[in-house]
Design a protein around this ligand. Sequence first.
Ligand SMILES: Cc1cc2nc3c(=O)[nH]c(=O)nc-3n(C[C@H](O)[C@H](O)[C@H](O)COP(=O)(O)OP(=O)(O)OC[C@H]3O[C@@H](n4cnc5c(N)ncnc54)[C@H](O)[C@@H]3O)c2cc1C
Length: 448
Amino acid sequence: MRKIIVIGAGIGGLYAAKPLSEMGYQVTVIEARAREDLGYPWYDSVAPTTFKDVGLDVPSDSVIPKQVLNYYAPSGEGKIKQPDRAGKSLDVHREKLVRYLLSRLEPHCTLRFNERVKELLIEEGAVKGVVTDKESLRADLVIDASGLFSPCRTATPDSFFMNDPLHENDYIVAYREVYSREGGDKEPRPNVYLYPVDLMLAWCKSEPDMGGMDVFLGSYEEITAEGKAKALDFLHAHNPALGDKLLSTRKECVPLRYPLGVLAADGYAVVGNSAFMTQPFCGSGIEVSLKAASDLVSVIRELKEEPFTAANLWKYTVLFVKRFGAYYAAQYVFRQAIEALSPEDLDFIFTSGLFDKGIVALATFDKDHIKDVDFRGFFRGFLAAWHRKDIVTTLKSALNRAVRAYLLTRTLPAKYDREKVATWKGQYDSFMRSAAGEIRQAYLEAKK
Ligand SMILES: Cc1cc2nc3c(=O)[nH]c(=O)nc-3n(C[C@H](O)[C@H](O)[C@H](O)COP(=O)(O)OP(=O)(O)OC[C@H]3O[C@@H](n4cnc5c(N)ncnc54)[C@H](O)[C@@H]3O)c2cc1C
């Protein structure tokens, strides 16, 4: 019987384990933490059809209607309502989701908790298993679902084309906290702030289970006690329902990098945060981790008795790039414009009338809200923004590079050829890494 090891109870790995065991593989999931510590004690949002698309019948008590967010400029002004796919988006409870995914695995798979994978077992250039803090285990395929700080991926040999190191700005450090809620029964508005008070992102919305307020503070740098106090003061000033009493706190990291170029090697595949499968704007990675895992399963199904070579698993990378990777690469590049602009510039963009709910709906193909486009407002905003050469030049530079990123990403070889893959991967990384500097340079020159 062929063996598959899943490293980490990441949601993509947990999802894939069930169909793989049904195909007759002996599947073992190895998770560093205790079973009761898995998942996150909060709700996160997912697109409406995510679970249905991958055939998951998530229990109804783990999902609630999504709190549709209001986005604000760094100053706290200039609201843009998030498009909501016809009001059908969901918030899913992260602990309940993981519990459900684990329950599907028993008794088909072996689950090993409190066991940390230290490294991959590599023989003759191929992965043959893992070494944990308890023992060595052999497998025909290792699926790495161990998250952003995977100890295995970054240590893979150069010949895998997968060992990209973590750079500054590839992820944000985030505090997710629940505070008491003030005021009467009126439902507080769910508010998100871009680049406020030296952070990258902050939000304040109601927390349904504890009856408190759900606070997110995310930054590229460690958030000091002083920085946190300043951020909370800002949130208090804009959110009257936010109380002072801290009910729970947790610190996590969220990847915001462009996706990893190559997703599989001989005997090894990555899924989820370990391959930066998050939206480079906001770090939403539940949907894409599940869908990528579903694609990996379909590629493995097609392989039947064939070995898990890099060439045989290449289709997994191709499917990912076509479905998500190219688009996320473009998003990542476009975000570099927002990173380059100053908070004052962003305030201007938000308050000029350039964006409204309808324009955002148009840009995100949200049919149900396109009727809300205020074309006159957009035209006024467009004229106002046109006089801001610095902003226009930066956005043009980013848009141009975002389109090129999309097209370049999609030039990946259709069939695995080591030399062609090496060339494509080199071009992809070099383009993605240089885009930020070039966009920043365009901004600085236009500012002169
Ligand atoms: C604060 C916050 C808010 C978010 N909001 C959203 C949102 O609204 N929508 C959305 O779609 N996504 C959101 N995300 C992102 C989402 O959580 C992830 O993208 C998604 O869960 C995929 O992550 P993962 O399962 O690959 O990795 P992880 O969730 O990091 O899981 C990895 C697992 O591997 C285990 N592990 C690590 N190292 C080892 C080892 N050496 N040996 C064994 N086990 C190991 C870990 O203990 C962990 O259980 C958010 C994330 C955070 C932190």
